[in-house]
Ligand binder design. Sequence first.
Ligand code: FAD
Length: 484
Amino acid sequence: MASRCWRWWGRSAWPWTPPLSVGSIPSFRHQFSTQETTPQICVVGSGPAGFYTAQHLLKQHPQAHVDIYEKQPVPFGLVRFGVAPDHPEVKTAHCGRCAFWGNVEVGRDVTVPELREAYHAVVLSYGAEDHRALEIPGEELPGVCSARAFVGWYNGLPENQELKPDLSCDTAVILGQGNVALDVARILLTPPEHLEKTDITKAALDVLRQSRVKTVWLVGRRGPLQVAFTIKELREMIQLPGTRPILDPVDFLGLQDRLKEVPRPRKRLTELLLRTAMEKPGPEEAARRASASRAWGLRFFRSPQQVLPSPDGQGAAGVRLAVTRLEGVGEATRAVPTGAMEDLPCGLVLSSIGYKSRPIDPSVPFDSKLGVIPNVEGRVTDVPGLYCSGWVKRGPTGVIATTMTDSFLTGQMLLQDLKAGLLPSGPRPGSAAIQALLSSRGVQPVSFSDWEKLDAEEVARGQGTGRPREKLVDPQEMLHLLGH
Ligand code: FAD
């Protein structure tokens, strides 16, 4: 289910339910007494996991109060900073007034033990912000960066604004074959005039207008049956104006016969790949491809071994790839090297091989191998009153719909514990105590109404240019605009 949902949910069943104001939630038929102490709950992180967890708690408990702490001055996590700017349909989320405290980094401005002291329960929903390193020589060269940083750059994530990728080369290689890899390839190859109508940052648009990148390769260790992207993204890529796909028919030999073994979403995806690789296009499509000035291709059965330096050592000149073959069946299929090597020339290398979370506090258990907080259905192992949801709970896979389901489950576990008397009894001060702490530390939180002012400013700056908004990318400027 999850694997086919990337855009499908975004388009037609986008489950991001807007206003999260407690007052707007209908009354409840449930088991909590209206006489009991107000449960003070705090959520760390305002991405989909944070908001969906909060939504579940507020909906299912008549008195619960939820504060969401967010390190950025603006809410929504990857919905604002990850989802590609030419996918605006998945960015229409707005949240009503709720207890949002932006510009507060948990672990720096306030600690998890301080939050636990002030609240009956704390939910960690702070996502997976680190990318997985390639761990190959040359990875540190200029011209090599993570696809995640590249996405953050064009989407206005403050910490990625210094990236300024050099797009003066004609070939880029993306290591990975998931949706983020396809998003990045699409942004690199989309004619800039099409991006002008999106909320991509102006700085990124200016760089993309000067881009000389003509070819983008997406490299995967395994084969067409193992790609991690979904059909909508692929279809969009195949139809991208001014570009043509490059697929080697040899990679697809014998695949038709195996289609009956695979689940339906994978079957449909593979059929589209097969048609694109093996069938002669109709005259119109053939003409479109012939006139395309840009191209993208999938390189299968290749595992990166080294980023090759340019002669002056100041950039990337290519990627050395080990040729692989598959061993095993089904989910257990792995790529093993055949011993053959191949060099793929390029000037830009983007790694898109996954993410991991960071530990947030020494008092919070952390599985550094898996990059997640150890938990059972959202209850953090051995720490009563501490919960987790989203990518920090289950790892960085799945779409927003998957995140919604697991966040609701975490909310459910928390409320079960509350009902069973497993959370601290007696009143807790909640945000009053934390605001006092933050103020003593010189931290000025951004409220949801502050965010609405920033939102209005962004929209106003976009007006007249035909763009939905011009994103603010500098936190200092945001705070200045708010008079902080
Ligand atoms: P996040 O969205 O990352 O939210 C975590 C939040 O926690 C962030 O706001 C972060 O600033 C905050 N935070 C981090 N550390 C702290 C701290 N110490 N203190 C306070 N706050 C903190 N899914 C789709 O369905 N459609 C798409 O088109 C799509 N595009 C994607 C594109 C990219 C590049 C990526 C990486 C993912 C995409 N996804 C998409 C997947 C989707 O974004 C995730 O499923 C979802 O965002 C995970 O939610 P989360 O709340 O766990 O994490």
